[in-house]
Every structure is written in C-alpha cells, then in structure tokens.
Design a protein around this ligand. Structure first.
Ligand code: GDP
Length: 317
C-alpha cells in the first residue's frame, strides 16, 4: 500500500522499491553458476553443440577412443568449467560430459554412472548443508541434462527410454534431436511427433516449462507454447565459420547448400540457447533445488530416521 500525505500533496515513499536493485547488486557481485550435463552416444554432435552454444572450444584435448577400446568402455564423467563474462555479469558454467555413454556392446547400465554422479552431487550438497561452513557451499548439483537422440532411428531407442526413465526423478531432462540437418523438414516434424508420443506413452517426465500466468501478455504466452511444441529441439552444431553471400556465420557447407546453425528456419538451435541462457536458466535451478534435491533430501532423512529407530530398538534389547 502506498502512503500518501493526503489529497493534493506529494506521495511519501518508504523506499522499499529499491529492494529488487539491492538483490540484483548482491547477486551480480556473487556471480552465477550453472551445471549442464550432456549424454548420448558418441558421434551425435554433443561436443560440437556445446562449443556452438557457448562459443568456446571446450574439447581441445579430447581423445576419441577407437572401436576396440569402446567394446568394453565404461562411462567416464568429465567436468569442464569455464568462466564467461557478458556485460559485467559473470557465469561459472560447468559442462559434465559422459564419454562412452551407450557405446559399449552391452549398455544395460550405461546410465548407472550418470545416476551415481548426480546422486553424489546431491549427497555432497546435503553434507555441506548440514555441516559447519554452510555459508560457502559450492553448488555442483546438475541443473539440466541435454539428452541427445539419434536422428537415424525410428523414434526413441530402448536405451533412450531406459535412461530417461532412470534419470527423470533426479534431473531436468531436455531431449534433443541431434544432427537435424540430416533430415528433411517433414522428417523432423514427424520424428518430433513420434518422440513426444513415446515420451508420454513410456511415462517419461522431461523438464516441464512453467505454466504461463493468465495475466502474461499474449506474445509471451505464444512463445512459451512454441517452446513446448518444439520438444525435442532439433539441433545443428558446427565448429566452423562459413562465408556465404557476403556473410560469415557458424554453419555447415554442403555441395547443395549451406546450413546456418543460428538460423531459426534451419533448426531449433537458437530457441534452445535462448531458453537455456536467457529465459529458463533460473527455473531449471529452482526445479533442481525445489523438486529433485528435495526428493533426495527427504529420502536421506527418511532412511537416517529408520536407521536411528532400528539402532535404538537394538540397544534396548
Ligand atoms: P560427440 O562424440 O557426440 O561429441 O560428437 P562430435 O561433436 O565430436 O561430432 C561427431 C561428428 O559429427 C563430427 O564429425 C562433427 O563435425 C559432426 N557433427 C557435429 N554436429 C553435427 C550436426 O549438427 N550435423 C551434422 N551433419 N554433423 C555434425
């Protein structure tokens, strides 16, 4: 409620309208962190897409294993961290790579390492939170998993279903249709429909974009609906700058034409980047904290209580 001095007089302000800028200044000073995981079989364009998304070269020292090495390969977990600064805002971005995912002859437990890694980060956070130095906790929880689906199959493969089902209670999954330039527009459309159907049919809970409030403006509501209808995002990546018709851009050059990574007519790359960085990064972090981490925490507390009760019973006997 605004306090006024009466009719005709100037309004007096207490001054709390500056609260947002106080919060803004404090968070800007602290900087932001975000942890993104990528999974999908080798060769689907994961490293290329990450480089294209964040305009970096994160994979300079990467060694791709040969077929023999991949037969019995287990999933490694590799963390790359980079600091990005834009207009004075600092972001510490961690990319968790999962080389070897889905590459072995037997992939039954491919996602087990990924699941263990996510749990370990929750466990560490839980321990830090209950410890003495709660002020300076480093948050390494995984906020989002970009799950790459092959464009060459007929929809989801069994490993995609199994993996997403095992991880959907622990992390925000965003499915991607990889290498979309290898498909025609009609194929992209029908594959998306099929994959969305399968996601529903198999009860996979991917990241849900927040519902729009009814007072949001129409344009915003339309944009949100387009986002929801574009899942899985059809993406294209490239580490190369192409010159075409007097312009220079990140793209892929073929004998029959040039594909532009950031052209919304060619792929959903820009939509994915805008969503991840500009519009939904905070929501991905909120859902991680409020739903996935809370689930983990509740389970931990439950099993600790159960153990204490058993211990007490045992000591009484
Ligand atoms: P990763 O093993 O999943 O990290 O895959 P890479 O990023 O190393 O890409 C494997 C190969 O696919 C490389 O030769 C890339 O140039 C190529 N590639 C990457 N992204 C795309 C894409 O969007 N479309 C096409 N056609 N090829 C791609």
């Amino acid at each position: 409620m605004e306090r006024s001095l009466g009719a005709g007089k100037q309004k007096e302000y207490v001054g709390f309208a500056t609260l947002p800028s106080q919060v803004h200044r404090k968070t800007v000073k602290k900087g932001f962190t975000f942890t993104l995981m990528v999974a999908g079989e080798t060769g689907l364009g994961k490293s290329t897409l990450i480089n294209s998304l964040f305009l970096t070269d994160l994979y300079r020292d990467r060694k791709v294993p040969n077929a023999e090495e991949r037969i019995s390969q287990t999933v490694d977990i590799i963390k790359h961290t980079i600091g990005i600064e834009e207009k004075g805002i600092k972001l510490r971005l961690s990319i968790i790579d999962t080389p070897g995912f889905g590459d072995a002859v037997n992939n039954t437990a491919s996602w087990k390492h990924v699941e263990d890694y996510i749990d370990q980060q929750f466990e560490q956070y839980f321990r830090d939170e209950s410890g003495l130095n709660r002020k300076n906790i480093q948050d390494n929880r995984v906020h989002c998993l970009l799950y790459f689906i092959s464009p060459f199959g007929h929809g989801l493969r069994p490993i995609d279903v199994e993996c997403m089902k095992a991880l959907h209670v622990k992390v925000n999954i965003i499915p991607l249709l990889a290498k979309a330039d290898s498909l025609t527009q009609a194929e992209v459309h029908s594959k998306k429909l099929k994959m969305r159907d399968e996601i529903k049919q198999f009860g996979i809970n991917i990241y849900q974009f927040p519902e729009c409030d009814s007072d949001e403006d129409e344009d915003f509501q339309r944009q949100e609906q387009i986002l929801k209808d574009s899942i899985p995002f059809a993406v294209i990546g490239s580490n190369i700058q192409v010159d075409s018709k007097g312009r220079r851009f990140r793209g892929r050059s073929y004998p029959w034409g040039v594909v532009e990574v950031e052209n919304p007519v060619h792929s959903d790359f820009l939509m994915l980047r805008n969503m991840l960085v500009r519009t939904h990064m905070q929501d991905l972090k909120d859902v991680t904290r409020e739903i996935h981490y809370e689930n983990y925490r509740a389970q931990c507390i439950q099993s600790m209580t159960r153990m204490m009760v058993q211990e007490r019973k045992r000591s009484r006997n």
